[in-house]
Design a protein around this ligand. Structure first.
Ligand code: CTP
Length: 494
């Protein structure tokens, strides 16, 4: 997602400016063209040469630098950027941006860009918590600026509080997510919602003993990060693991199979895809002892009962992907699971294979689809396995979309400026009622109702154009999801 992209990294005058060197370095290493723009104050904390050495491009400081390779510097930078990131961002730059002041290259670039802007504040806690800063932050958030951090911790002043720059991984995670969201490309999950489960569940025998499965959670976490980087809204439902929680993802921690079942059940009504990578315990003790069971005699008999089979139980119009951990007859057993659990795809792994499966960073899997197509992949890093799975999910999603006969309408200036109605073209009138009726339109987050008049075939979407920052040239896709009563509305960015 990062490779080949152009990112303007704005650096302002905070003690955390030295951390921007690491951000520039990591972005560069990931194949990003990084244009660093520094305020004069930032140059007091860190030398422009550090950035030049790491990015291979001179940091831009002076708006009127005759030697600059850019033609009208801020306009060129603003136009070339896929994302503008300001890290660290001081209270001063935040105030300037909120007020529209443009008095240096960075503030001019932000004012001139149409790319998403990510802001990572770093400042003293009192400055951050000051109502005027809070008001500026809220204003910018309302206008679609994306904030990451600040984090709580020890500050340069010696005080503890909210004001530390978010860490590099977190900032780069948010940049990846933003890049995945902007631009609609094949395989993209922009405007999609993915629910991913990971890790294993734990069923308690007593307060200290559990029944569990072997699973590091790495495959599920790789999937959550990969689908996030393709622009999806992600809910990761995870059993206990030792892994770092991915950023830009809603994480729901669960412990038992029952808790995972409830969390999945709550999340899927909004989902386009459910990927169950978790190793869910099939059995739990019929009862859990309140106190630690003391050892006595030579053995212990536990009575177990079945847990809910989550994949089989949850139903809806989302795509279901399961995993199958098999030690024999891989394709046969996995195909049987696919059919029994009503899946669209099953990812089978041979748990006896070397360097694959439990705890490993790589995995060798065979992906089987509903039509019986078997795709055996070589041993790959788990992130690459995740990408292969997502390619297949994206293909199913787009086929469904076509089969469903959505209608796509390009957004015009008058839709946005004059709040004029969205008109359904004649060739798609078949998707809408032919009588005067109430219809429901929904996105992942919102539902609105409209009275549909078959004489006009149009309705207002102005409030959503504002809320979702829809711009001229973006596409509104409207898909019937329940007869001619309920429609899914998606905004595909230009
Ligand atoms: N799964 C589930 N709920 C369960 C058990 C498993 O949703 N209670 C899901 C897993 O997340 C996985 C798929 O079902 O995606 C297959 O899991 P696996 O353990 O391979 O198979 P089981 O159905 O448990 O069958 P068996 O243990 O008999 O092989």
């Amino acid at each position: 997602m990062l490779e080949g992209k152009t990112i303007v990294l704005g650096v302002t005058g905070s003690i955390a400016a030295y951390k921007a060197v690491d951000i520039a370095n990591q972005l560069s290493r990931a194949g990003v063209n990084v244009d660093v723009v520094m305020t004069k104050e930032a140059t007091k904390f860190v030398a422009p040469l550090s950035f030049r050495a790491l990015t291979g491009r001179a940091a831009v400081i002076d708006m009127f630098d005759a030697s600059s390779e850019f033609n009208i510097t801020h306009i060129s930078l603003a136009g070339a950027a896929n994302v503008v990131v300001i890290a660290p961002a001081t209270a001063n730059i935040i105030a300037k941006l909120a007020a529209g002041i443009a008095d240096d290259v960075l503030s001019c670039t932000v004012l001139a860009t149409t790319a998403p802007v990510v802001i990572a504040p770093a400042m003293d806690v009192n400055m951050y918590e000051n109502p005027v800063t809070q008001e500026n932050v809220s204003k910018l958030k309302e206008r679609g600026f994306i904030f990451v951090g600040p984090r709580f911790g020890k500050l340069a002043s010696g005080k503890e509080g909210l004001g530390r720059l978010a860490n590099t991984e977190e900032i780069i995670g948010v940049i990846s997510q933003v890049l995945g969201r902007s631009g609609y490309v094949p395989g993209s999950f922009a405007d999609r919602h993915a629910v991913v489960t990971a890790g294993s569940t734990q069923e308690f025998i007593d307060p200290v003993r559990i029944i569990s499965n072997r699973s590091s959670g790495k495959m599920g976490y790789a999937l959550a990060e990969a689908v996030r980087d393709r622009g999806a809204k992600v809910t990761l439902i995870t059993g206990p693991t030792l892994l770092t929680k991915p950023v830009g993802v809603e994480v729901i921690d669960v412990c038992t199979a029952e808790e995972m079942f409830q969390a999945v059940k709550n999340a899927v009504p909004r989902a386009d895809v459910l990927i169950m990578a978790a190793a869910v315990a099939d059995y739990r003790p019929k009862s859990t002892a309140k106190e630690k069971i003391k050892k006595k005699g030579t053995g212990l008999t536990l009575e177990l009962e079945r847990t809910t089979d989550i994949l089989s139980e949850v139903k809806g119009d989302f795509i279901k992907v399961g995993f199958a951990a098999e030690s024999e007859n891989l394709v046969g057993n996995a195909t049987q699971k696919l059919q029994q659990k009503g899946l669209d795809l099953i990812v089978a792994n041979d748990i006896t294979a070397k360097d694959s499966g439990f705890g490993a960073d790589s995995n060798q899997v065979t992906i089987i689809d509903r039509e019986g197509k078997v795709d055996s992949l070589p041993l790959l890093p788990k992130r690459e396995v995740a990408e292969k799975i997502l390619d297949k999910v994206a293909a199913i999603l787009s086929k469904r979309q076509n089969d469903m006969n959505s209608v796509e309408i390009a957004v015009t200036r008058s839709h946005i400026k004059d709040n004029s109605n969205v008109h359904i073209p004649k060739e798609r009138w078949d998707l809408f009622p032919d009588f005067y009726t109430k219809i429901e339109l929904r996105t992942d987050e919102n539902i609105i109702q409209r009275i549909f008049n078959p004489k006009y075939h149009e309705f207002a979407l102005g409030e959503w154009f504002k809320a979702y920052q829809v711009k001229e040239g973006d596409i509104v896709r409207i898909t019937p999801i329940e007869g001619k009563e309920k429609y899914r509305v998606e905004f595909l960015k230009k």
